[in-house]
Ligand binder design. Structure first.
Ligand SMILES: C[S@@+](CC[C@H](N)C(=O)[O-])C[C@H]1O[C@@H](n2cnc3c(N)ncnc32)[C@H](O)[C@@H]1O
Length: 205
């Protein structure tokens, strides 16, 4: 089943301060994992955040590793104004991303805040993108009761005027998570490079 893809206005609502406040337990957990990876992986040269919206985690990356290049990938979210040094935004889908869009060296790919649900054939794309030394963090809603409650509150806010969408979206997210659960770590790139590419699954919160 194809996911119910939200219209751009729903994506924009996901980044209002109210929505982000509701998702705070999720984001707090996710940020903690990223901080740890950034401080423990000195070889990483670039952080690529997929579904970056308003440049998610750019400040965190700057704070922990000022030397890194930050690449935000988001086809729908427009950023206006001048960008800080070493900061790039690619207004394109993850599925169309090519590695030569930025410099060389190991990358940390962050599949941010449940963006995986919105991607078509993410395993194929990861397989063509990944190189030895890369780290992939996939962050999604946990099946635990507390996380499901946070997710429901968050989507109730995002879809306040389309309540009929809330339960179908939640069901599809959980279904896709279950079907990718075993497949994603077996992505051929992870196998091909052995321990060269690391996969970290974050189930927040
Ligand atoms: C990070 S996801 C947030 C998902 C939400 N928190 C949830 O739980 O469903 C939302 C962002 O992903 C972006 N996005 C959607 N499809 C994408 C794609 N194919 N490639 C990259 N970013 C995408 C949207 O534009 C939006 O800014």
């Amino acid at each position: 089943m194809r996911p119910l893809l939200p219209a751009t206005e729903f994506f924009t609502r996901m980044f209002t301060s109210n929505a982000l406040a509701l998702a705070e337990p999720f984001l707090h957990h996710e940020a903690g994992i990223l901080k740890r990876i950034l401080s423990e992986s000195p070889a990483i040269k670039t952080v690529v955040v997929i579904g970056s919206g308003p440049l998610a985690y750019r400040e965190l990356v700057r704070h922990y590793r000022g030397d890194l290049v930050y690449v935000g990938v988001d086809p729908y979210y427009q950023i206006s104004g001048e960008l800080a040094p070493k900061t790039f935004i690619l207004n394109q889908r993850f599925e169309n991303l090519r590695r030569h869009s930025w410099g060389s060296g190991p990358c940390l790919y962050v599949l941010w805040f449940n963006v995986l649900f919105y991607l078509h054939d993410p395993i194929d794309q990861l397989n063509s993108l990944l190189s030895p030394g890369d780290v992939v963090v996939n962050s999604g809603w946990s099946p635990k009761l507390a996380a499901q409650k946070v997710m429901e509150e968050y989507f109730s806010h995002v879809y306040y005027d389309s309540p009929q969408l809330i339960q179908p979206i939640i069901q599809q997210i959980n279904q896709k998570k279950r079907s990718l659960k075993n497949q994603l770590p077996l992505c051929p790139a992870f196998k091909r490079f052995g321990n060269g590419v690391n996969f970290v699954e974050v189930l927040s919160s």
